[in-house]
Design a protein around this ligand. Structure first.
Ligand code: NAD
Length: 439
């Protein structure tokens, strides 16, 4: 099959590379000339484990190509995937569909022969149908079908998620489009990956419902963590105690500073907006959004309290800036909600992140951070150490060394990656989430 992938971000580049790994001929298109130049040069513009080797292998096999010229890619394609960004619109939280419709119009002008145009971007219910109208208007009678194929990959594990997904969801309107989608995903069919065929609208809504549900688990466990702190219970034991119930499941029950990244915050907001507009408000998701927004301030309070109620003039060593490990993505990261408030209160912040510092440095809200070369570099003379992202390399710090470097041994672990008993034994004042503070 010939595939054109419009947008080479976290989703487009991974999906394009994986489709080429399936054996399809893939052309990835991006408007960003810099990004395409880098890709042509063998450089990967984002950090995603395993992606460089995957791209290199498929470029060498002549199955994966990059261009800025959409007209080069679309006419030959059996399927054109739209994988451009759908960020939150300022003010109302709705998904901004400018990039999607711009791409649709450009595609319309380049279609040649029967093509399936697939929205892989996360788009509110009804968008596929509007894309179809837009293309009908702009193409003057091209032969095409529309499909919806939301993506569920997680940054940091994107290739594994794409190659071995829990399921693939395809929204189609007829058998012809279904056949094209089936052919594209044939290697996964052979692996017996469940493929859910649905209507366009259902497929679009499945993506929001999935993210809404996962975000609900996170806000739920975060509120339970607060309750544990108030009554002297332990959230880790609680999560285990409920998670072993197969109906609940143990995943996504990790308390912390709240969800972030480029999907959950914007998708929950967009779901709230769609639901309100449809006259069916989703009260659970509304609460989930609110709880998550309040979470950042609660984490700030926790850090300040651990610093005896005042961070003015104090030095905080901060480990981890990205919204989760194994990515360089800083979009809506908890660090962006927490650190500016601490800077405002007069804290000096010495930060380190293995992959996120270049992106962090572009974010004005974080101006004033001092970026360090290693985890231990942040700790020299620090009054407290704050773990915001649970990168593996932060899980086994040499606690004696940490203690020697710091002015005083205080750790605020917003990811619960240490055990209170060990930390007490190592001589630390240790504050975590949903567990008793020690000593
Ligand atoms: P991104 O911002 O990383 O990448 C989007 C890319 O599209 C950019 O490189 C941009 O230059 C390019 N682009 C925009 N308009 C274009 C056009 N007309 N022609 C060519 N290129 C164009 O976005 P992303 O994180 O990959 O997300 C893409 C979509 O996938 C979003 O709807 C998102 O919600 C969804 N999604 C993301 C993830 C994730 O983990 N990032 C997971 C599942 C779904």
């Amino acid at each position: 099959m010939h595939v054109a992938m419009i947008g080479t971000g976290y989703v487009g580049l991974v999906s394009g590379a994986c489709f080429s790994e399936f054996g399809h001929d893939v052309v990835c298109v991006d408007k960003d000339a810099d990004r395409i130049a880098k890709l042509k040069d063998g450089k990967i513009p984002i950090y995603e484990p395993g992606l460089e080797a995957l791209v290199e292998r498929n470029v060498r096999a002549d199955r994966l190509h990059f261009t800025t010229d959409l007209k080069d890619a679309v006419p030959k394609a059996d399927a054109v995937f739209i994988a451009v960004g759908t960020p939150s619109r300022r003010g109302d939280g709705e998904a901004d569909l400018t990039y999607v419709f711009d791409a649709a119009r450009e595609i319309a002008g380049a279609l040649d022969g029967y093509t399936v145009v697939v929205t892989k971007s996360t788009v509110p219910v009804g968008t596929g149908r509007k894309v179809k109208e837009e293309i009908e208007k702009a193409s003057g009678g091209a032969s095409f079908d529309i499909a919806s194929n939301p993506e569920f990959l997680r940054e940091g594990a994107a290739i594994e998620d794409f190659m071995r997904p829990d399921r693939v969801v395809c929204g189609v309107e007829n058998e012809r489009a279904r056949e094209v989608m089936r052919e594209i995903y044939r290697p996964l069919f052979l692996n017996e990956t469940p493929v859910v065929f649905a209507t366009l609208e259902t497929s679009e809504l499945i993506k929001y419902a999935a993210n809404g549900f996962l975000a609900t688990k996170i806000s739920f466990i975060n509120q339970m963590a607060d309750l544990c702190e108030a009554v002297g219970a332990d959230i880790q034991q609680l999560a285990k105690g409920i998670g072993l119930d197969g109906r609940i499941g143990s995943k996504f029950l990790h308390p912390g500073p709240g969800f972030g990244g480029s999907c959950f915050p914007k998708d929950t907001r967009a779901l709230v907006s769609t639901a309100r507009k449809s006259g069916v408000p989703q009260h659970i998701i509304e609460a989930v959004v609110q709880i998550n927004e309040d979470r950042r301030a609660r984490m700030v309070e926790k850090i300040v309290a651990a610093c005896d109620g005042d961070v003015n003039g104090k030095t905080l060593a901060v480990l981890g800036l990205t919204f989760k490990p194994n990515t360089d993505d800083m979009r809506e990261s908890p660090s962006v909600g927490i650190l500016p408030a601490l800077l405002e209160m007069g804290a000096n912040i010495h930060a380190y992140d293995p992959e996120g510092m270049d992106e962090a440095a572009k974010n004005e809200a974080l101006d004033g951070l001092l970026y360090c070369h290693s985890a231990y570099d942040t700790m020299k003379g620090a009054d407290a150490l704050v773990i915001i992202t649970e990168w593996n390399q932060f899980r086994a710090l040499d606690l004696d060394r940490v203690k020697k470097l710091m002015k005083q041994p205080v750790m605020i672990d917003l990811r619960n990656i240490y055990k209170p008993e060990w930390m007490a034994e190592a001589g630390f004042r240790y504050v975590s989430v949903g567990r008793t503070t020690v000593p």
